[in-house]
Design a protein. Structure first.
Length: 259
């Protein structure tokens, strides 16, 4: 079992392939502690390379093509309370003899908690051991990494109605996350807001509309709509395809205040 503490301390991006790299006995395609979230076929003990299976709370969620139990879906690893990995010897409800990677989602509770993860790699994080002698033998440097980053945010707690300060806190958290994404995209330090004052006005001015002027239901809805628009715009800047998917999800949250 990979506990929540292990998952949070893992020095790699938040993809299940990066987690599997920390499990003894698992073999797979491209497993490693990389800065890029990876989706991998995996197996154990000499089985077929595609027989590893992905589950959420015990339910198979991978593709069945070719017997492989994985898919291109990016699983929400930050909202897993723990991860259970069965290498072999599955029980009767398992449909194959290979390993299983089972994510247990977080459930409700009365405690508020949050999590933020960011990784960044680029030319500054690489080295080369190709010297003049090796070059004379025909060795050359591999293609260099220009820039790679990953960010992950999660916040959870009980659902409470008419809690205006709680709503203000959550709107501010989304705004802070949007500013951190902009810092990463533009090469500014994102930790503790150190690079936010260096962001261009094209990023910061729209976010002024998300500042809450007073605690009322109408004002909170207005600020909430504004901050969701800024978040969608920032995601679009980094990845238009991802931005389209995110906007569809966020549009269900943005609506007129209840009468």
């Amino acid at each position: 079992m990979l506990s929540n503490e292990f998952v949070r301390a893992l020095p790699a991006s938040r993809g299940y392939g990066n987690y599997l790299a920390g499990v003894p006995g698992i073999q797979g395609t491209g497993l490693g502690a990389s800065a890029t979230p990876s989706n991998n076929f995996f197996t154990a003990r000499g089985g077929r390379s595609s027989e590893g299976n992905i589950q959420i709370d015990g339910m198979n969620v991978g593709s069945s093509v070719g017997g492989g139990g994985v898919s291109g879906y990016q699983y929400d690893m930050s909202n897993a309370s723990e991860v259970q990995v069965t290498i072999a010897g599955g029980l009767a409800e398992v449909d194959r003899g290979g390993p299983a990677f089972n994510m247990i989602p977080k459930t409700g509770g009365n405690t508020f908690s949050g999590f933020y993860f960011a990784s960044l790699a680029g030319k500054w994080s690489q080295g080369s051991n190709i010297d003049a002698e090796l070059e004379s033998y025909g060795f050359v440097d591999q293609a260099a990494l220009i820039r790679n980053w990953d960010t992950n945010f999660a916040f959870s707690g009980p659902i409470l109605r008419d809690k205006l300060w709680q709503a203000e806190y959550m709107v501010s958290a989304v705004r802070d996350h949007t500013l951190a994404l902009a810092c990463i995209r533009l090469g500014q330090p994102s930790a503790h807001g150190r690079g936010m004052d260096s962001l261009p006005e094209s990023v910061t001015r729209p976010l002024l509309e998300s500042m809450i002027r007073h605690l009322s239901s109408d004002e909170l809805w207005r600020a909430f709509d504004a901050v969701l628009g800024s978040l969608t715009s920032e995601v679009n800047q980094a990845d238009p395809a991802l931005g389209l998917r995110v906007s569809r999800e966020l549009s269900s949250l943005s609506c007129e205040p209840p009468a």
